[in-house]
Each structure stands twice: as C-alpha cells, then as structure tokens.
Design a protein around this ligand. Sequence first.
Ligand SMILES: [Zn+2]
Length: 89
Amino acid sequence: MAQVYTEEKVMTTTSSCESCGMPIESGRYCGYCTDENGALQSFEDRFARMAAWQARRDPAASKQDIERQVLDYMATMPAWRDHPRVQAH
Ligand SMILES: [Zn+2]
C-alpha cells in the first residue's frame, strides 16, 4: 500500500527541479537546467548561470561572496550536493 501511495503522489503533485529547485510539473529537472536533449547541463554551465543570476539579485556582493552563495545553494540540491566542487566548498 505504501508503495502505491508513493507512486500516486509523484504523479499528481508538482515537484521541484533537482538542479535549481524551481517548481516543475514532471521529470527531474526544469528546462533551464537541461540541454536540448533533456540531459542535465554540466556543473560549470549551471554554476556560471546561477552566479550570473545571483549577481543580478545582489549587485553589491563581491565575486567571492556570489560564488560562496551559489555553492551554498547547490549544496542543497540533489543534483549537485555530491559534486566535488560543492563538497570542496
Ligand atoms: Zn532547474
């Protein structure tokens, strides 16, 4: 019974992207985090995009601050928390 319930829940609720946390309707990753084939983009690509996004939100922060904030965030994401760059941080 527990297994059936879990499967139903996955199919009927929205989930969040395992790479950036954005709400998505299905799958594991949002359209921003995947390439044209639906595969997760590389760490370098996502890190650069998230850093650029964070820099726009917080223009006064230094590059080091931005990178630390992005790594902190990525450490909470299932897609990245085991990545060597995130772990090293
Ligand atoms: Zn995403």
